[in-house]
Design a protein around this ligand. Structure first.
Ligand code: 4NP
Length: 159
């Protein structure tokens, strides 16, 4: 089983959306027996909280389930997960600080963006709902490509 962790700052806006969207994509490809996912934040401001209302609104609009309580990234997550996907370069830096060692599966999620390789999933927290729509669009195309990467690299066959 491949274990995937999506990480942002607060774990209430971007990474819970990424987790929920990716789970849906994995299920649609019949790969739930091969891939599991979770999300976490580098900060501890929203531990135990539900996702942001605006992320919930996006999940409702695009009709996918999202059940998550905010949690902070911890050092043992480095050993527990095969892939850790950072939403932006600041998250990437903080992930390395928290894990306190290199991680072979640590990537910027934007490395898989077919339109803007190495781009960031911008923090939408201080903006309006349109920023969350932008996040949804970036995640939608980028998660598709990340899933294709996993399928090829690990020779995954749907069940
Ligand atoms: P997220 O967004 O990292 O996508 O969950 C944020 C949520 C909360 C804060 C910043 C970003 N905050 O400063 O509390």
């Amino acid at each position: 089983m491949l274990k995937i962790l999506f990480v942002c700052l607060g774990n209430i806006c971007r990474s819970p959306l990424a987790e929920a969207m990716f789970r849906e994509k994995v299920e649609n490809k019949g790969l739930s027996g091969h891939i599991t996912c979770d999300s976490a934040g580098t900060g501890n401001y929203h531990v135990g909280e539900d996702p942001d209302e605006r992320s919930i609104e996006i999940a409702r609009k695009y009709n996918f389930p999202m059940i998550h309580k905010g949690r902070q990234l911890l050092a043992p997550d480095g050993k527990a997960f095969d892939y850790i996907l950072a939403m932006d370069t600041s998250n990437h830096r903080n992930i390395l600080r928290i894990l306190n060692e290199q991680h072979a599966g640590l990537y910027l999620l934007g490395d898989f963006d077919p339109l803007e390789k190495g781009g960031e999933v911008p923090d939408p927290y201080f903006g309006g709902l349109d920023g969350f729509e932008d996040v949804y669009e970036i995640l939608d195309r980028t998660l598709d490509h990340f899933l294709e990467f996993l399928i090829e690299r690990h020779q995954l066959k749907h069940v």
